[in-house]
Design a protein around this ligand. Structure first.
Ligand code: C2E
Ligand code: MG
Ligand code: MG
Ligand code: MG
Length: 287
């Protein structure tokens, strides 16, 4: 069957297409088995408040330990899950587990869960979220849902209504990978959200790149004007961190502090945190 590839051209006659299609089909089959056997797990990456140095929340990032291939990156299997509709089952499972795990974390630490645009289309997202909150006992204000600009492209009134309903529950909405989508800024007026996450492509190499600096500064000022929290993704160096702090960025997330870790590890880190700031060295020690 001819299929449009990411460049929009028909790849039917391209050499290697069979191998690629077969690889995707294998991922799909294996993913179904993984769901059946409940082997997908959220790992958690800390978000650090730049004023206090404390972990304010953790982002759930799904991990798939594959029997033959080791860990498979979500960047590889989430697109397949979206094409096949499996994303709804995966998304619900991650959300449920993330709420259960976070309900046992100390203090007010939040958990952030990524949502695929497809999850807004099946119509039972509200029920899935409410079930996850109810089963876990997690207060809604400790749940953050990450959406991307692609969701807003369709300007659907159903999507806006769902976002409003989620926020009415007390759940927070974050705009993930900000600056990489194709939406116009006008959507910022019609879509309710609480946080902007500056995409890591603008953060990487920030200190040597004046264009990136100008873009990040503009996003920070935009976020401040809108009264939302600004988080920088993909912070890898002390230099990036101090630049962001000096510019007034609220939160940072990245390998400088910690990669995503299994729940037991991150819970240990949170228990240890108490009220003393987490430095990159602390994260290394707990690893
Ligand atoms: P994302 O939501 O933007 O998550 C951030 C990604 O950047 C994660 O990759 C994280 O491990 C990585 N990262 C964090 N800090 C650094 C850093 O300092 N340097 C570098 N180079 N990378 C860093 P990961 O876990 O491979 O996830 C990739 C994407 O897959 C996520 O991007 C998200 O869009 C998607 N994804 C992951 N879990 C889920 C899920 O449960 N549901 C859905 N729908 N999508 C998910
Ligand atoms: Mg995210
Ligand atoms: Mg992101
Ligand atoms: Mg991303």
């Amino acid at each position: 069957r001819a299929k449009k590839d990411s460049r929009g051209s028909f790849s039917f006659f391209e050499p290697g297409m069979d191998a690629r299609a077969q690889a995707r089909r294998k991922i799909e089959t294996d993913l179904r088995a993984a769901l059946r056997h409940d082997v997908l797990r959220p790992y958690y990456q800390p978000l650090i408040g730049l004023e206090t140095g404390l972990i304010t929340g953790c982002e759930a990032l799904v991990r798939w330990p594959h029997p033959e291939r080791g860990m498979i990156s979500p960047a590889e299997f989430i697109p397949v899950a979206e094409d096949t509709g499996l994303i709804n089952a995966i998304g619900a499972q991650v959300l449920r587990q993330a709420c259960l795990d976070a309900a046992r974390w100390p203090g007010d630490v939040r958990v952030a869960v990524n949502l695929s645009p497809l999850q807004f289309r099946v119509g039972n997202l509200m029920a899935t979220v409410m079930d996850a909150l109810k089963q876990s006992g997690l207060p809604p204000r400790r749940l953050e849902l990450e959406i991307t600009e692609t969701l807003l492209l369709e300007k659907s009134s159903q999507v806006i209504a769902t976002l409003h309903a989620l926020r009415a529950l007390g759940v927070r909405i974050s705009m993930d990978d900000f600056g990489t989508g194709y939406s116009s800024l006008s959507y910022l007026r019609s879509f309710p959200f609480d946080k902007i996450k500056i995409d890591q492509s603008f953060v990487r190499g920030l200190c040597d790149n004046r264009d990136s600096q100008a873009i990040v500064r503009a996003i920070i000022s935009l976020g401040m004007g809108l009264g939302v929290t600004i988080t920088a993704e993909g912070v890898e160096t002390e230099a990036e961190l101090s630049w962001l702090r000096a510019e007034g960025c609220h939160e940072a997330q990245g390998f400088l502090f910690s990669p995503a870790r299994p729940n037991d590890d991150v819970k240990g880190l949170l228990d240890l945190q108490g009220s003393s700031p987490v430095t990159p060295r602390d994260s290394v020690r707990v690893a």
